[in-house]
Design a protein around this ligand. Structure first.
Ligand SMILES: *[C@@H]1O[C@H](CO)[C@@H](O)[C@H](O)[C@H]1NC(C)=O
Ligand SMILES: *[C@@H]1O[C@H](CO)[C@@H](O)[C@H](O)[C@H]1NC(C)=O
Ligand SMILES: *[C@@H]1O[C@H](CO)[C@@H](O)[C@H](O)[C@H]1NC(C)=O
Ligand SMILES: *[C@@H]1O[C@H](CO)[C@@H](O)[C@H](O)[C@H]1NC(C)=O
Ligand SMILES: *[C@@H]1O[C@H](CO)[C@@H](O)[C@H](O)[C@H]1NC(C)=O
Length: 360
């Protein structure tokens, strides 16, 4: 297919210098500009490490399987970014199924993965490792190394792409965990990103994250980790066939400022009933507010992971949710129906300290 299909000039295939003054200072925030691709005027070929950038201190690397970009694979594009990178690099990924495992190391902050707005489901980063798979040396991968895409750096952004792990976990099977995306850097924004898998789909590992209008599919613990994350206007879609849970948040003490907050999300699914959350760690913290919840939730709502002492300290709350799955009549007594004042800290980007790092 032709680039003009995307309304982007061919000149865009090459890196362009802007005519404005280069800003070299480190940015400690994320704006919409960081996840947008603009049209550029001039052409220059891309070379790494030499500080090429456009007017606003960012640059673009185009990934195209058909060979018309700077790179054929996403990882090769990441490899072009210099270590200790200090400016926004936009990796523009043209539609296609990219069968590769991608790692963005901690030494490469300020990277954006950007797809075509209308073709997120056709721009797919795909792999299929599961926890029981073995390294060459015979040892098992374990959960987190299964990630199809593993983001270890700060200030990561993604827009308009799909990230998947194609393993289909067999309920009760041995080490079926198969992570699609692991997000382990601080201060990340995902916008209209689709994250697909079954067991342990999205490892929201650590750091502070904002997910806006994303689609996350899975069965068992399909959002898990110890981050502090706000999920706004997202769809959480269950494909559990025997049992499952949406959120397994890990928190060991009340002093850890972490938790998953789901606001105005749509919770849908097929198959069996699932939990809203399971307490992974004594102080696990998960709150659903203003969510529309289909009839796919086990009436008890929440699980203590067979560790009854966690009932005293886990923070599981619901506020102003609607839909058949939101009926709290048979909820475990240790989950909470929150009042407005209690819910308030979870309702917007102040939950993730957005004042400091989000300019959206
Ligand atoms: C640079 O930033 C300004 C203000 O945010 C924006 O209007 C402009 O489109 C940006 N230019 C490029 C090339 O990204
Ligand atoms: C990156 O920064 C670290 C810490 O400042 C430094 O030790 C390392 O040598 C740098 N690496 C490169 C490739 O510049
Ligand atoms: C996340 O974990 C990694 C190690 O797995 C660590 O290097 C990093 O500092 C952590 N980030 C935050 C924000 O805690
Ligand atoms: C809630 O989400 C829906 C669907 O994404 C969106 O259309 C609506 O504007 C959102 N409502 C608010 C109050 O943000
Ligand atoms: C969780 O609570 C139990 C019961 O109080 C305690 O024995 C255990 O050590 C706690 N776990 C952690 C990681 O603090």
């Amino acid at each position: 297919m032709d680039l003009s299909d995307f309304g982007i000039s061919v000149a865009f295939l090459l890196l362009i210098y802007g005519d404005k003054q280069v800003k070299s200072s480190l940015r400690n925030y994320i704006t919409w500009d960081d996840i947008k691709i603009e049209e550029y005027k001039e052409t220059e070929s891309f070379s790494s490490g030499d500080g090429n950038m456009n007017g606003n201190g960012s640059r673009v690397i185009v990934v195209d399987q058909n060979g018309k970009g700077h790179s054929l694979s996403v990882q090769a594009a990441v490899d072009m970014v210099p270590f200790n990178n200090s400016m926004r690099v936009k990796i523009y990924i043209l539609p296609g199924i990219y069968r590769e495992k991608v790692i963005v190391p901690a030494s490469k902050p300020y990277i954006s993965f950007i797809g075509d707005e209308k073709r997120a489901s056709e721009t797919v980063l795909s792999w299929n490792d599961k926890a029981s798979d073995k390294y060459k040396d015979g040892s098992e991968l374990g959960t987190y190394r299964t990630a199809s895409v593993d983001i270890q750096s700060d200030y990561f952004c993604a827009y308009g792409i799909t990230i998947e792990n194609t393993v289909i976990a067999v309920a009760g099977g041995y080490k079926q965990q198969a992570v699609a995306l692991r997000l382990a850097g601080d201060k990340a924004v995902l916008y209209r990103v689709r994250i697909l898998g079954t067991q342990d789909t999205f490892m929201d590992s650590n750091g502070t994250h904002y997910l806006y209008q994303c689609y996350i599919q899975g069965s068992v613990d399909f959002i898990f980790g110890e981050s502090r994350s706000l999920y706004r206007d997202c769809t959480l879609h269950s494909v559990a066939d025997k049992y499952g849970a949406i959120a397994a948040h890990h928190r060991n003490s009340e002093h850890e400022n972490t938790g998953f907050s789901f606001v105005n999300c749509s919770i849908t699914g097929t198959g069996s009933k699932i939990y809203l959350g399971r307490a992974w760690g004594n102080y696990s913290r998960v709150v659903y507010s203003y969510c529309d919840i289909d009839n796919i939730i086990d009436p008890s709502g929440w699980s203590d992971w067979n560790r009854p002492w966690r009932q005293r300290t886990a923070v599981f709350g619901e506020y102003e949710c609607r839909g058949k799955g939101a009926d709290r009549k048979n909820r475990v007594s240790w989950s909470k129906s929150l009042g407005h004042v209690e819910a308030m800290p979870f309702l917007d980007t102040t939950f993730i300290g957005g004042d400091e790092w989000l300019k959206l």
